[in-house]
Design a protein around this ligand. Structure first.
Ligand code: NAD
Ligand code: MG
Length: 295
């Protein structure tokens, strides 16, 4: 079989992930087995040459795969993450620089308004402008019983997933030229919420709707807003409280393709929605979820 004819069922192993748990946010360097972010496979073709990108959650998982792809497509990238993830982020910076692009390490807790806004100001300064914002950071903690969901958790989930999006986009707007693109991150959870992810699933539905409204508002300015909605992907988020540990071995088995996705399988979606190849697409949610039907 050549690269161009790949069986999606067997491309990656299905299930068999060992039970494991880390404190949130987990580290990719401690995830077993490690995930595929396209390090050895993603080939750029200049789709984002000269673009100035801010990627949140860029240290690991989906954000890492996106940052690598953006750099290989020719973009300079500001990498945002939490301070405890410095070592993961440095690995991504190395890969971005290996692609010949500028990498800026920008730790910030985006659940805090001043840090979220400061992150955007720093990105504009370091890149000499901004024309691509990929909001990928996310907070997800599985709690079986609503009685055990603390106000603190509920608040942190909404601040990280929803408020930060508002703060980052609002702060970025005065700097975004026509042609700029915003790519947000929803989830299959927006349509098929798990009983133990009441707060998280709700934020993801909000992100879909918020993005559609923003897309309407920004279309006349030539700024497009789209969303990627992943299904189950193998990332530290899932091994640091996103799922109950006993569910990890079967993670992703419920999808028609019968396995979890790897972050590398999302890079193309984030590149497509960021690049002029999608110039007539805005307000759209692109589902990348192993075949689970969505509205
Ligand atoms: P991940 O743990 O690799 O990435 C999440 C990142 O969010 C972390 O690396 C961290 O840097 C960042 N983050 C969390 N809280 C933050 C805060 N307060 N300030 C700054 N950064 C913060 O996991 P991932 O699965 O790659 O998650 C990326 C996105 O994909 C999230 O929005 C998640 O909701 C979404 N998603 C993931 C899946 C999945 O199955 N993995 C499915 C659907 C959606
Ligand atoms: Mg991380």
């Amino acid at each position: 079989m050549t690269d161009q004819l790949t069986d999606p069922v067997t491309r990656y192993p299905g299930g068999g992930y060992p039970e494991q748990s880390q404190d949130a946010p987990g580290l990719e360097s401690e995830l077993r087995p490690g995930a595929d972010h396209g390090e050895d496979s993603y080939r750029g073709t200049g789709k984002l040459t000269g673009r100035k990108a801010l990627v949140t959650g860029a240290d690991s998982g989906i954000g890492r795969a996106t940052a690598i792809a953006y750099a290989r497509e020719g973009a300079d990238v500001v990498l945002n993450y939490l301070p405890s993830e410095q070592s993961d982020a440095e690995e991504v910076a190395r890969l971005v620089e290996q692609a010949g692009r500028k990498a800026v390490l920008a730790p910030a807790d985006i659940s805090v308004e001043e840090e979220a806004r400061g992150l955007v100001r720093r990105a504009v300064e370091e890149l000499g402008g901004l024309d691509l914002v990929a909001n990928i950071a996310g907070e997800q903690q599985y709690v079986e019983d609503l009685a055990d969901v603390t106000t603190e958790q509920f608040d942190r989930t909404f601040r990280t997933n929803v408020y930060a999006l508002f703060w980052i986009v609002q702060e970025a707007l005065p700097h975004l030229p026509a042609g700029a693109t915003i790519v947000n991150t929803s989830s299959i959870q927006a349509y098929q919420p798990s009983p133990g992810l009441v707060d998280y699933a709700s934020t993801k539905a909000t992100i879909n709707t918020m993005s559609k409204a923003l897309a309407q508002q920004l279309a006349p300015k030539g700024i497009r807003v789209n969303v990627v909605a992943p299904g189950p992907f193998w990332t530290p988020l899932q091994a640091s409280g996103g799922q109950p540990t006993e569910k990890l071995p079967e993670f992703g088995a419920e999808t028609p393709l019968g396995r979890a996705g790897q972050p590398a399988e999302l890079a193309g979606a984030y590149v497509y929605l960021a690049s002029p190849e999608s110039s007539y697409v805005t307000g759209e949610t692109l589902n990348v979820n192993g075949g689970m039907p969505t509205p």
